[in-house]
Design a protein around this ligand. Structure first.
Ligand code: GLN
Length: 534
């Protein structure tokens, strides 16, 4: 099958929601009966997002096959309800590395190796890799005019010239400055000019704006940018990101893309999606979910991007249970500075401790877990959140004073969380990179546990991203004192899920179930947490 390509570029500023735009176009094409996959291009030199700080780049998304990549892939999976492989995240680092490796092997037969054609050919090769699909959506990260993405733009220009079936969509910003109250199209005009300077004439312009685009601005953009008014799509602010496909559908964006390729919809079935959104709008009852994290601060702003998948998973589960999510961000460090503040948790319907690395904020998180356990507040611990729940239980119920993870205290007398032997070896051999348990791993759930009931099956698979594990030496004492390991790896060595049967709902997992939660299909653990609020 020769796929068609929809290439999405961005202009004016970053953070316009190109990822949501890409995912929404994909959703519409999917609803027309076409198979769709998506690629994200990240023009940075890192090979992947695995080594980036969450406050630097937002959350690191983990694919089923163990890739640590850009969070936009998460949007694609959540909208399209498909698994996207790690090879669908292309970075400049990967492209250069491959070209240099090829050169060292002599693959270029003595030729001078150049940006064009060798680097652009490698980019095109990667974009063309997915074969078995009707559409490949390709989102180019960054903004037009960035030095970093010039070669990607050039590769796209070549693809258009090579008569491949390519539709190009440019997402630009139309600001409405507060002091004017009027939408300004000049930044969009400049950004299209820049794009055209690279030889790419966009087929569609998506205008991100605070307000719907009126005819006057639409005509103005047409006049300056050679795109007819019909192909200028308004992508104005709406309450819920999952509504964007509907906003596009109202403007027949999907049909217009197909028309550009001489195609017609095979069917239309966005109805269920639409009804679901309609229902969400009617929800009145709120669920207050406290997320006790630590990756919030960049400068003076708070970066909730670090936990984007957790936020989306909470939303999916709340909506599934006819509740409106009200997420409260709690920086665990405040409980370290002001222990009395812990009582703010009494106001929460449920508490989540998400994943994380390093020592900062750990004791605050442990205090929060203790409070949730002792006050019967529904709790969900994700990866680090489960490890800390085990530490808290070891310290305060099993009497293992100062129990800890060797990640935070190498000399701890009771290392209830530790690196397993093989991992310690690996760490010594290779240093710190690429030593994590990454991607989907199976677990066998124990009969009669709440978690088994929530998943409704014995064998499950969730995605992982961590180095440390529950130390097998302490399982007996933890279990004797009432902690139940409700899911273990098939060889029974790794503790994958835990719960406290005497509690209203106290769940933990070594995995990151937020990565498998999708719109209209919440992950069972999140769903279970929210169900326990009734
Ligand atoms: N820092 C912990 C580990 O490496 C937990 C990681 C996480 O929460 N993803 O095991």
């Amino acid at each position: 099958m020769q796929p068609k390509y929809v290439i999405i570029t961005g202009g004016v500023i970053s953070g316009l929601g190109k990822g949501i735009c890409t995912a929404s176009i994909g959703k519409i094409l999917q609803s027309y009966g076409f198979s769709v996959t998506a690629i994200k291009i990240d023009p940075y030199l890192n090979l992947d997002a695995g080594t980036m700080r969450p406050t630097e780049h937002g959350e690191v998304w983990v694919t089923k096959d163990g890739g640590e990549i850009d969070q936009d892939l998460g949007h694609y999976e959540r909208f399209l309800n498909i698994d996207i492989p790690s090879s669908h995240n292309i970075t400049t680092g990967q492209v250069y590395k491959k070209v240099i490796d090829n050169e060292r092997r002599g693959d270029y037969l003595g030729k001078t190796v150049q940006l064009i054609p060798h680097v652009t050919n490698e980019i095109k090769r990667r974009i063309r890799e997915p074969k078995d699909t009707d559409f490949v959506l390709v989102e180019v990260g960054g903004t037009v005019g960035d030095y970093e993405n010039i070669l990607f733009m050039e590769a796209i220009r070549q693809m258009k010239y090579e008569k491949e079936k390519v539709v190009s969509v440019h997402v630009a910003y139309v600001p409405v400055p507060e002091h004017l109250g009027e939408a300004k199209t000049k930044p969009t005009q400049h950004s299209i000019k820049e794009l055209m300077g690279m030889g790419i004439n966009p087929d569609f312009i998506v205008c991100r704006s605070e307000k719907p685009l009126d005819d006057e601005r639409r005509n103005k953009i047409t006049k300056f940018c050679n795109v007819k008014p019909d192909n200028i799509i308004s992508d104005h602010n709406i309450d819920n990101i999952y509504e964007v496909p509907l906003l596009f559908e109202q403007q027949k964006f999907g049909e217009k893309i197909l028309k550009n390729l001489n195609l017609k919809p095979r069917k239309t079935d966005l109805k269920e999606w639409k009804n679901y959104i309609e229902n969400i709008k009617k929800i009145e009852k709120e669920a207050k979910i406290g997320i006790v994290g630590k990756y919030f601060d960049i400068g003076t702003s708070t970066l909730t991007d670090s936990y984007i998948s957790v936020i989306e998973a909470v939303k999916h589960a709340c909506w599934n249970n006819n509740l409106k999510p009200n997420i409260k961000w709690i920086d665990s460090k405040i409980f370290e500075k002001n222990p009395e503040k812990i009582s703010i948790l009494s106001d929460m319907d449920a508490v989540i401790v998400p994943g994380g690395f390093g020592k900062s904020g750990i004791e605050g998180k442990i205090s929060a877990i203790k409070y949730a356990r002792e006050n019967d507040i529904p709790y969900l611990g994700l990866c680090l959140g489960m490890q800390l729940a085990v530490i808290e239980y070891a310290r305060n119920v099993c009497g293992l004073k100062n129990a800890n993870s060797t990640e935070f205290d190498k000399e701890t007398k009771y290392p209830v969380i530790a690196l397993l032997y093989e991992q310690t070896e690996k760490l010594r051999e290779i240093g710190y990179g690429a030593t994590m348990r990454l991607g989907a791993y199976p677990a066998i759930l124990k009969e009669g546990t709440l978690i088994r009931k929530l998943y409704g099956k014995e064998k499950v698979s969730e995605r992982h991203r961590h180095r440390y594990e529950v130390n097998p030496k302490y399982i007996e004492i933890l279990e004797k004192n009432g902690l139940v390991f409700s899911g273990k790896s098939p060889d029974r060595i790794l503790m994958e899920f835990m719960e406290l049967p005497d509690h209203k709902c106290f769940l933990g997992t070594q995995a990151h179930p937020e990565f498998t939660s999708r719109f209209m299909h919440p992950n069972p653990l999140f769903d279970g947490l929210i169900k326990s609020l009734y």
